[in-house]
Design a protein. Structure first.
Lengths: 486, 486
């Protein structure tokens, strides 16, 4: 494995000080124009050189007829060009001294024999000049911390901690809004396309060293370098979690992958074995992939699998208990000392079993801060799963009853909820045991929105939350095993 | 089974022309006040009689010291009173001639021996006067079509088609916002509480006859009348689907249920057998429960399990194929005639395998209407699963390129998207084969919002969509089996 992050070809791809872009024009419908628009919209601060055969400016930037005319050697070339001219342009980039490229253009190996020949020429040209490149047939790359979005979709989420390498570009670009909804996001995203030069193993090595990346996320249709994948992952996993979704787990999924990227996927049990050997956590849906990343990136690891469920509603508590059991988690009984400490806070209707069902509390903050603090001190428990709901309108009704006008009561409600969110998020994120929320509400609830914005993990529903805690337990065990065998 | 819906005790609960409410006051924090507030807020048009020992008006309505003082015999009594006085109030209601009641008050059997004694007295009193009642220890009931929300949580979703009976009140009230997010909702919701008089079987019978209910949804911690449950469900299932979530599937879930409602749940395989015998579709999470209801309530049933996946992105297509296979669905190859018809619409980059991966289309409406219409005519397929994404900002960029100002382009974008949503929803809902969408976007995307609002089933993610199609296939088979054995 490389020693310095700068040694990685992805460093050059993700951190350019200057970019030559081929295929952007003033025609808005062109894919290349879309990419340049995204770069400009996100506020990239490096120098940009559009290369275009006829335009003199492109989206307000001076354009150059040939890369050879540029006033400097840019760090990165992005190509969104007709397939047949890509190898020639790569040749010119080589002559100019460019060392890194992203080839977005498709029409290569994935289309058959002629495309494969062209792809070989592209590879050979790059090799001749020592150029490392992402693609072809990819959707680009994003480094949110550099405000660099070299894809055709707008990325509006703030810098995040999930570093992703994906064999489907869609799971980079089409996740921007999805992740943003939960207040999480990519640190870096790499669409690897046909992996003609840089592959998913290279991406893992880079993301392992990337200081902005807390957890590595992989979408896999096929692993091309099996041995290297395992060796690399085993070195990374003890330090940084890797989570993967494998699309070829079924015959139908395999066939779809083949048709999509020409990937020759293997049987499910083969991949299952590869992941286990590598210390890679396997997710079974895209949602789960990001759920796992979310929790692994925000929580300390649990010492074991014993979870306390805290709720104020019996049904959601029962469902959460059921979900925990299905995810291999145990619900320990509370110790006598915890029960004693709790009794101060709980009404008679409450249950001190696990789930701890408060039914209601005299003071709201008891529910959100004081009681979980007692539960977190329980020596028999390794994590807390908490049901979250704070119905705005009922609070407004309550505040109105103090004699305030409806308008004033609404304003007070917003303030109250914001303060509850803030304190709860702070406690969750400071906790030394994983403290995960679940809710059937989402960002439309200001309480949940506040938690998302603060970075606290609140998963949609108990099943997803329990699975994510299960993944943390699994990662803890895998890491111990890898460390023991290292 | 009853012959007329009016014979059901739930008819009296759900369709009162007048209500006496006990426990509402001008103190906003009282639960009873919360329920009366909800009733008033939703716009219930019947007559309301608060009964209160000292207030002369309650929330603007004339209050009465005793139910015996009311100017008429109300159809329904709602009691939110201290436990110990509930049986006496029931006695007075009997004397007044009231025939139906909802007892929200808790503190009965679920709290132990003394509570059980009180519950017995309550039952005997009701029996003496022939009163049928919901509860005690329940959260109330809602009939959205009558604008009657007798729970303490505001219900703001429009009338829906899901009829629910729940052993946890939370899965009525705390789902209002959840369902509303997707544009679906309850027709009726009954929180059955301790089931002292009316139980979940009674609710099923009512919902089976209810013309506003297309699908019956059950949250179960324990079935008290097993034989009747099976017999009733078997009679209903051939005509109306029943979907159930069972919380006691694991030891932890069972213990939680016991602590919640005192339910003595059975082993998972026992319940699995009961559901199978009854023709009840089993959901494995609350989200799934409503996903299944959504699709069963909006789609015609599939003839079999053969699904076409339509996508314009390879990754989401591969994930959907994988999800279908895991849900017991097959992805048939397209017949020659379908391929021929498709070829007119598809670019060279497209795949005519299954998933049908369009990559892009010249005309957007081809993707949303013309192409699915061709796929729906495929004799080898029983259903269509379609990936949905229409990125607003890329469309705005495109429209701007025609020379419009940004503001005008945004307005055009909204119009364009609304029209696409409308046409697609119309086609989906008119289809004779199930046509289910999936998306990683949600209501924050105006395209998806438009589909939700029109009532089209668009599920969050391919796994949930595939599971829901699987549930429709299962229901079709169960129904055939029940009809054959009838």
């Amino acid at each position: 494995m490389m020693r310095k992050i700068e040694d990685s070809p992805l460093y050059g791809i993700a951190n350019p000080k200057s970019i030559a872009i081929f295929g952007a024009s003033n025609r808005y419908t062109a894919m290349g124009t879309g990419i340049l628009t995204s770069i400009l919209q996100m506020g990239y601060e490096g120098r940009i050189y559009p290369v275009h055969p006829s335009e003199t400016t492109v989206l307000g930037h001076t354009a150059y007829q040939s890369v050879l005319d540029l006033p400097e050697t840019p760090d990165l070339a992005i190509m969104v060009l007709p397939t047949r001219i890509v190898p020639d342009v790569m040749e010119e980039c080589g002559k100019k001294g460019i060392k890194y490229a992203i080839v977005v253009s498709g029409g290569f190996k994935e289309t058959g024999r002629d495309g494969a020949v062209l792809e070989d020429r592209l590879k050979q040209t790059a090799d001749k000049y020592g150029i490392r490149f992402l693609g072809p047939n990819c959707i680009g790359a994003v480094n949110t911390h550099l405000k660099l979005n070299a894809t055709f979709m707008p990325c509006e989420h703030p810098p995040g901690f999930i570093g992703m390498a994906s064999q489907s570009g869609s799971f980079i670009t089409q996740m921007f809004a999805y992740l943003g909804r939960y207040g999480i996001g990519f640190s870096n995203g790499f669409s690897v396309g046909n992996e003609a030069n840089i592959d998913i193993v290279d991406c893992m090595e880079y993301l392992a060293q990337c200081p902005n990346t807390k957890v590595i996320s992989l979408y896999i249709e096929s692993i091309r370098r099996g041995r290297e994948f395992i060796d690399t992952a085993r070195k990374i996993a003890p330090h940084k979690p890797i989570v993967a979704y494998y699309a070829g787990g079924t015959e139908a999924g395999r066939r779809a992958g083949l048709s999509h990227t020409g990937a020759l996927a293997g049987e499910d049990r083969v991949y299952e074995g590869v992941f286990r050997q590598s210390g890679v956590i396997r997710a079974h849906s895209i949602e789960e992939l990001f759920d796992f990343c979310w929790c692994l990136g925000t929580c300390d690891l649990p010492a074991g699998n014993r979870v306390i469920v805290q709720t104020h509603s019996g049904g959601p508590g029962a469902v959460a208990a059921d979900a925990c059991a299905r995810s291999g988690l145990e619900l320990p009984a509370l110790s006598e000392s915890t029960r004693q400490k709790l009794s101060e806070y709980l009404p008679q209707t409450a249950s001190m079993n696990n789930p701890v069902d408060l039914t209601f509390t005299k003071n709201n903050m008891d529910f959100f801060v004081e009681i979980p603090r007692i539960l977190m001190a329980e020596p028999n428990a390794d994590a807390l799963l908490m049901y979250l709901m704070l119905p705005r309108r009922n609070i407004t009704r309550f505040i109105e009853s103090t004699g305030l006008s409806t308008e004033a009561a609404r304003a007070e409600t917003e303030k109250f909820i914001a303060e509850q969110s803030r304190q709860l998020a702070e406690a969750m994120l400071a906790s030394e045991k994983p403290w995960v929320g679940f809710s059937y509400y989402s960002g439309e609830s200001p309480f949940i929105r506040g938690l998302y914005d603060a970075g606290a993990p609140v998963l949609p529903g108990p099943n997803r939350a329990a699975r994510a805690i299960g993944a943390m337990v699994e990662y803890k065990r895998l890491r111990e095993k890898l460390n023991a065998s290292a």
